[in-house]
Design a protein around this ligand. Structure first.
Ligand code: NAD
Length: 277
C-alpha cells in the first residue's frame, strides 16, 4: 500500500525556509497581484495567495482593474509595476477578458518580476539550468518527488500531459536530474500507446484533467505517482489516476485534493524571494 505524498506537509517545511531567507535578506517584499474585471473562478486562488503571502510576511498588493481596460493600457500598467522598486514580483490573475491576449501581455512582465516563471526568458533559462523562478506547478511536482528521497538519475519517468505550465517544463527539470523522460499526450492516446508507456513508469506524473484516464492496474509496482489533475465528479474532487487501484501498487501517491495543490502557491512565494535576491 502506497504512502501518501501530501503537499501540505512539505509546504510547511518550505515555508520555514522561505521565512528564514526573507529574514536574512532584511527586505520587505511585495507581491503585486493584477486582476482585470470580475472573475469569480479566480477568487479562491487570490484568497489563498493573499493568506500565504501574509503568513510569510510578504505584502500582497492587489490591483483590481476595469474589465474594459484596453490591452495597451494594461501593458502600460504592467510597465509601471515593472519600474516600481517596491514591487518584487507580479502575478496576472486568470482568466483575462476575451479582448486581452495573455501570451502577449505576459511577455511585458519584467523577467526579474515574473513569479510564475512563465516569461519566455525564464522558460529559456530552464534549458541551461539557470532559471531563478520556475513554473509553479512543475516546481511543486519536483518538490514532491524530492521528498520521497528517490534519486531520479536513470529512472524511467513518464509524464502524461504536455502543457506549457506543467508537462513541458517538468520534462526539462527531470532531464536535468538525468531521468529518462517520456512525455505522453493526446497523440499517444490516439495511437493506443498510453497504457504501454504508463506501465513502464518508475515515476508517473499525470496532468491532463480527465478523471479515471489512468487505470490503477497500469501502475508499476513500487512506482511514485504524482497526480496533478483536478476534476469535479459529483460533489467530489478527483485526479486523473484511479486512486484506489493505483494505491495498492505504488510506493508513494499524491491525494487529490491535498497533493500538488497546496505546494503550488508556496512555489509562487519561493519564486518571489528568488526574484528579490
Ligand atoms: P492542458 O489542458 O493545458 O493540457 C492537457 C494535456 O493533456 C495536453 O498535453 C493534452 O495533449 C493531454 N491530453 C488530453 N487528453 C488526453 C488523453 N486522452 N490522453 C493523454 N493525454 C491527453 O492542461 P493543464 O493546464 O496542464 O492542466 C492539466 C490538469 O492539471 C487539469 O486538471 C488542471 O486543473 C490541473 N492543474 C492542477 C494544478 C495544481 O496546482 N494542482 C495546477 C495546474 C493544473
Amino acid at each position: 500500500m502506497a504512502k501518501l505524498l501530501e503537499g501540505k506537509v512539505i509546504a510547511a517545511a518550505l515555508k520555514e525556509e522561505i521565512i528564514k531567507k526573507i529574514q536574512a535578506s532584511g527586505k520587505k517584499l511585495q507581491l503585486a497581484s493584477v486582476q482585470v474585471g470580475e472573475n469569480p473562478s479566480s477568487e479562491v486562488y487570490i484568497k489563498s495567495q493573499k493568506k500565504n503571502a501574509e503568513a510569510l510576511g510578504i505584502e500582497y498588493a492587489f490591483h483590481k482593474l476595469e474589465a474594459t481596460l484596453t490591452q495597451e493600457k494594461l501593458i502600460e500598467y504592467i510597465e509601471t509595476l515593472n519600474s516600481d522598486p517596491k514591487v518584487n514580483g507580479m502575478i496576472l490573475q486568470m482568466p483575462l477578458p476575451a479582448h486581452i491576449d495573455y501570451k502577449k501581455i505576459s511577455e511585458h512582465i519584467a523577467p526579474g518580476k515574473d513569479v510564475e516563471g512563465m516569461h519566455p526568458v525564464n522558460i529559456g533559462k530552464i534549458i541551461f539550468g539557470r532559471a531563478k523562478a520556475l513554473p509553479c506547478t512543475a516546481a511543486a511536482v519536483m518538490e514532491l518527488i524530492k521528498f520521497t528521497g528517490i534519486d531520479l538519475n536513470g529512472k524511467e519517468v513518464v509524464i502524461v500531459g504536455h502543457s506549457e505550465i506543467v508537462g513541458k517544463p517538468l520534462a526539462l527539470l527531470m532531464l536535468d536530474k538525468f531521468a529518462t523522460v517520456t512525455v505522453c499526450h493526446i497523440g499517444t492516446s490516439k495511437a493506443g500507446k498510453l497504457e504501454e508507456h504508463v506501465r513502464k513508469a518508475e515515476v508517473l506524473v499525470v496532468a491532463v484533467g480527465k478523471a479515471g484516464l489512468i487505470k490503477g492496474e497500469w501502475v508499476k509496482d513500487g512506482a511514485i505517482v504524482v497526480d496533478v489533475g483536478i476534476n469535479r465528479v459529483g460533489d467530489k474532487l478527483v485526479g486523473d489516476v484511479e486512486f484506489e487501484e493505483a494505491e495498492k501498487r505504488a510506493s508513494w501517491i499524491t491525494p487529490v485534493p491535498g497533493g500538488v495543490g497546496p505546494l503550488t502557491v508556496v512555489m509562487l512565494m519561493r519564486n518571489l524571494v528568488e526574484c528579490a535576491s
